[in-house]
Structures are given as C-alpha cells and as structure tokens.
Design a protein around this ligand. Sequence first.
Ligand code: AMP
Length: 522
Amino acid sequence: MAIIGIDLGTTNSVVAALDGGQPWVIPDDDDELLLPSCVGLDNNGQLLVGAYALRQYASAPERTIKSIKRHMGTDFQAVLGDQTYSPQAISAMILRTLKAEAEKVLEEPITQAVITVPAYFTDAQRQATKEAGEIAGLEVLQILNEPTAAALVFENRSEEGETVLVYDLGGGTFDVSIVDITGDVTEVLASHGNNRLGGDDFDRQLQRHLTDKFQQVHGEALPDDPAIEARLLRAAEAAKIELSEHGFVTVREPFLVSQGSTALHLETEIARDDFEHLISPMLKETLAAIDRALSDASMAGDDLDRIVLVGGSTRIPLVQRLVQNHLPGVPLSSFEPDLCVAMGAAVQAGVLSGAEIESILVDVVPHSLGIAAMMDVGMGIPMPGMFSTIIPRNTVIPTSRSEIYTTSSNNQEKVEIDVYQGENAIAKENVPLGSFMVEGLPPKPAGAIQVEVSFDFDINGILTVTATEKGAGQQNSLVVSDADTGRLSSSELVQAKESLDQLFDLSEGSLMAALAAADEEE
Ligand code: AMP
C-alpha cells in the first residue's frame, strides 16, 4: 500500500508519491499540482477547499480561512459560518482533500503519510500537525523537516559527501538548514529560521503600498473594508509574481470604492526596484539567519558545496541575488522550488515502506530544551529562574538526555518542573512548553533529595519529559501532558474527525447534486 508524502504549506500544499524509486507530484482533477491551503464555506454553507475557497476569499473573507499553518499548535479558533474549528481541524480539511486526490490517481485507499513541517516548528506545532493527519484519517508515520525533505530530492550520492545550505522561503515561513550528505546518510548539521516570515509578508507590504498610492491619487484614505483589503492583497500577490519576470507591472483595480454615483479606481505602476526596496529589510533578516546557521555548524561559507533554494518566494530575483552575493562562489541550484519538499517527503515515505531507496536520515533538535532551575551564574550566588539546558540545540535526534537536580530548601515537599525551549539564559525569556509537579517528597535538608529530569525527543520532534525522585526506594515520575497549547484530547479528535466526515459527505453530496443538475441542463 502506498504511503504518500505531504508538504502541508502555509500557502500551498502538495502531495507526492514514489513510483519506480522516483518521487512525483500527484495532480488534482484540473491537473494542478499545488492545492492552495485555503478552506471556506460557499453561500450555501458547503465546504470549499483549495482554489475554490481561495477564489471567494476576496468577496467573502469572513467565510474563508487562509494561512492556518501560522496558528498550528495554538488554541486559536477559526470561525467558519456558525461553527468554530481548531487549526488541526482546518488543516485536516486540506489533508483530507490531498488524500482523496491521491486515492483517485493511485486507485487505492491511502491511510499513511509522511508530513513535512518547518525545521523551526515547536513541539506543539508538530503535535498539532500529527493530530491534523489523524483527523483526516491518515496515520502520520513521520513528521519530517522541510529542508531535510528538500535535501533528499537533491541528494547527490557521491561517496565524497556534500555540504548543502537549504534556503527555504515559502509563503509563511523561512528556514535555513545546513545539511551534510555523505553516501546514504543525510544529516542536518544546523537549522535556523523564522516561522513568521514569507511571501505573505511581501504581499502585505505591497498591499500597503497600493493603499498609500490610492490615497495619493484620490486624496482620501481607503475605507476600512475587509473585502477591499482582500482584493488589494490578491492584486499585490499577482503583482509580486509578475515582478519576478518583469521590471514593471501595472495594477488595475477598477471600482474599488463607490462615492455616490462615482466610482474610484486604482491604477498604478510598480517598478521591481520599488518592490525590492519594500522587502529588502525582511530579506536581510534571512541573511543573518544564514550566518547564524553557519556559525552553529562551525562552518564558513567556503565550506559549502551548494546552495539549494526551496519555496515559491525564492523565485524572486532579489532573493537569488542576495543569497548568491552573501555566499559568493557557492553554486546555487533550484529545482521546482514549490514541489521539492513534497517530493522529498515521498522519498522518505518510500524509505519507510521499504521501497528500493537507500537513505538514512539524521535530523537535529531545532531549539535547546531545558527547565528553569536555580543556578550559579558565576558570582557564587545561585540565581532562581535560570535556563538549564538538557538537550542542546542541533543535537541529532532521536535523543534522550537527563540531568540530576537537588532540592534548594529544607523539608521541601515538592519540585516544580517548568519546561522551556530557546536559547536565552533566563528561563522566562524562552518559549514555555508546560510544567508539572513532583510532589510528596520526604522531609530532608536542602540538597539531600535528587530529582532526575529526563527529556526524550523522538523522530517526529516531539518531546516527553519525565521527572523521577531518586529517594529511598520511592519514585515519583510524571510525564508532561499539557506541554502543548491547543492540543486536542482523544475525544476532541474523534469529534473533529466525525464532523469533518460529515462536512465532506455534505459537500460531496452537493457536488453530486450540482453535477446531476448540470447533466440535466445539457
Ligand atoms: P510555498 O509556500 O513554497 O508554496 O510558496 C508560496 C509563496 O511563494 C507565496 O507567497 C507565493 O506568492 C510565492 N510565489 C510563488 N511563485 C512566485 C513567483 N514567481 N515570484 C514571487 N513569489 C512567488
């Protein structure tokens, strides 16, 4: 049975499979390879996924959801019609659509998948992605980092080994990873990025530029209207894409605002230079991330054999130019920047299903993981609330590490374990992952009780924390269960799956009715 590879993107999603050892992207009924990661309800309350949903975004933004990936792992509630949905449930609608496309083309039921996420995704975001798969009826065999997936496609199997910098700038996220490929082993040496930076931000910059132009031309500000905003955002994205090919683009948005009996239009020309000026501060940030990844890997630009560009936004000429100027002399390659992540996921799916691909994947922890603890910061004075790292950033996964901590006061009855991820020496400045107590400690002087804190980071990038009191035969241990904000309980998962099934049945029913009506008309 085939296992599919899915790139669940902020802007677009892609499904791929392996055929004869080669990955290929599965097209939809209209032969499209990219499914816009957009979900909506039409006038009649029927579910729309992909291009159909995206098309109504401008006219019905209140019934349409875009970029849900940015909310994964949070308790954000998306409103669609009179219902609210978790980010997992919305993502599941996209996954379910991709699964159906794959089943149609491959002519077999699909129940298992490898899904990619940005290397910089937190534990909660990865867990939410797994849950989305589950709601969509897919067992997620592995959550794979996107740059790692891309490197799998580009793999050069020479025995000498290659060090590749994967620069991935998509719609909503940016990642840079340094990947070492030697023979069959792919190892991520370092990974860095920003999961809130991408083409969507460039669209918004350009949208603001268009709004300013309107005010300059007409002498008045555009009204605060979500439909107008959505229209301008769509125009901005189209202009941006055209500017990758041409030096100038003309944006025409007729009848943007009506003023009594007259209508106000927007017609303006944008030069590529203007656009480059708008986005270059954001791109500079990506160059700093390259330097940080190189320094984490203890490397210089000269140590790189290749740069691989991934993500739709790397089609922007300025991106290519800046990256190349930043790393002069390193060959730059790009292959289907929108598709290669899904293709790499399909390669990994093939590996998991025992297909004829010999590849071993080594991945790393994207952030340091640890707990808040009382620590000596160098002046002989122990300070509370310091960040004690248990698994350092860029440790190869899966990994298990533990540290021993002791009580700090006499007759201390309990110890609170606050788990964080990040690089700051002050625990609170990092991202909290959750906390729990080890209680019922026997009365002993300060420092006499030892608590072992173990961190297990699995192949999917999911963390389990256990704390055990090393006492006179007495052991307390707890697993962090509330580490993940927005995590769904198993009954919530079942419920989400049932309501998704119902939505899809309804929409298939209405599709059938529409098709039947069309047949009658013919
Ligand atoms: P991805 O997340 O990899 O699918 O990338 C999607 C992002 O790439 C969106 O922001 C698109 O607007 C952007 N994109 C796609 N094609 C181009 C292009 N030719 N020029 C500039 N941006 C593009």
